[in-house]
Design a binder for this molecule. Sequence first.
Ligand SMILES: [Zn+2]
Length: 74
Amino acid sequence: MLKKQSNGHSDDEELTLINVGIHIVCGGQMDVHIISETHNAVTCSRCALRVVFPRSVKTYGDLRNWLRGELNLE
Ligand SMILES: [Zn+2]
């Protein structure tokens, strides 16, 4: 789903809100949006993919691990 370290983010780096990665399926840029007190969402600028994740996910490594579990990646 997210290309690993496509823009040089290491696993322990805190998430930024823009350009967290490239969506492999469509090539769109993926950004993080704060959507509530408890959750953020990563969205694709091209295909409208939107994945909600808890705000306890704070780093790129957390996000990769969380997505892997949630979406059964790899
Ligand atoms: Zn996409």
